[in-house]
Ligand binder design. Sequence first.
Ligand code: AMP
Length: 376
Amino acid sequence: MSEPLLPGATLGILGGGQLGRMFTIAARTMGYRVIVLDPDAASPAGQLADLHLQADYLDHGALRQLGAACAAVTTEFENVPAESLIELARHCRVSPGAGAVAIVQDRSREKTWLAQHDFPTAPFALVNDAADIPAACAKTGLPALLKVARLGYDGKGQFPVATAEDAGRAFATLGGQPCVLEGYLALEREVSVVLGRDDAGRCTLFPVAENRHAGGILDVSIVPARVAANLAESACGMARAVADRLDYVGVLAVEFFVTRQGDLLVNEIAPRPHNSGHYTLDACVTDQFEQQVRMLAGLPAGDTRLLSPVVMVNILGDRWSNGGPHWERLLAHGNVKLHLYGKQAARAGRKMGHFNVLDAELTGALALAEELRGVL
Ligand code: AMP
């Protein structure tokens, strides 16, 4: 890479959601200027950026303006059109690259890529046509989950299916779009690894997080993960291998399933910081967003050491249904750190913020996190 981009330089980000907002905070804290491109006038990141370009991700004029004004651009979500990254790369440094994003933004391509590179996954089959369903069910076994290949997230665009007929109905409900059928697994737990990789291939990993989901959405992350050391090592090794094989530059997350049989399977790759890495904001020397800034700017990686056991709890819009959360109950505790994303409308399932509970003992952090989930 050419010379590192030092504070004072302008960094750009495609996408103005909460991940873009926390990138913006990290970058501005370090003295960079930040430009956000997002079509939403009230985007969480746009509120805090030096400049918010309110335009579509395929708007050529806005992309040119962003590329001309920034020394480097990154993204906060995988559904950014790969062609926008290609266009931006004509003007400035861009990471992650369009090639890696194009693979992981499409579940069919992602699963096929993982299998081609011998990464273990749940049994899966591509469903591009209703006629593919019987063979797909035979391959994955039933029950299974039918997942839309593109633009699904947080369990959206997914249907549990018990029979081939169910799968046919689910496929029709999804409008006949390309899908992946995935065998339904009995899970022991889920874990994830967030890492930063620079353009010389040096990888710096954050500690493994143990994740609990509710309704397909991340609910709680527990760090350190309560798994055997060899399983944590395997997860780190696989995450690093995924980043190497993608020749990835930037921050990347790999989510894993741990089956009841003890198998470690890759579930999903995210080409960006990840919700399960939000614990790093308060519990690590360097957080995942500073690492994103460092990787984008071509700086050395920050130290990812865990300073304290931590439990991260997501705050969804559902909590506003009875008049809004009792923040005072949360803020009464000096070891609880609140992060809100500046979103106006609290809809069910919408990620509005999170809090991190730090404690010298993981059991203490878990107990307080559970208590606060109950009274918030
Ligand atoms: P995904 O968006 O594919 O990561 O799915 C969201 C959540 O649904 C996962 O984190 C799991 O909790 C659950 N899930 C997804 N796929 C499977 C599967 N094949 N077997 C069991 N649970 C799954």
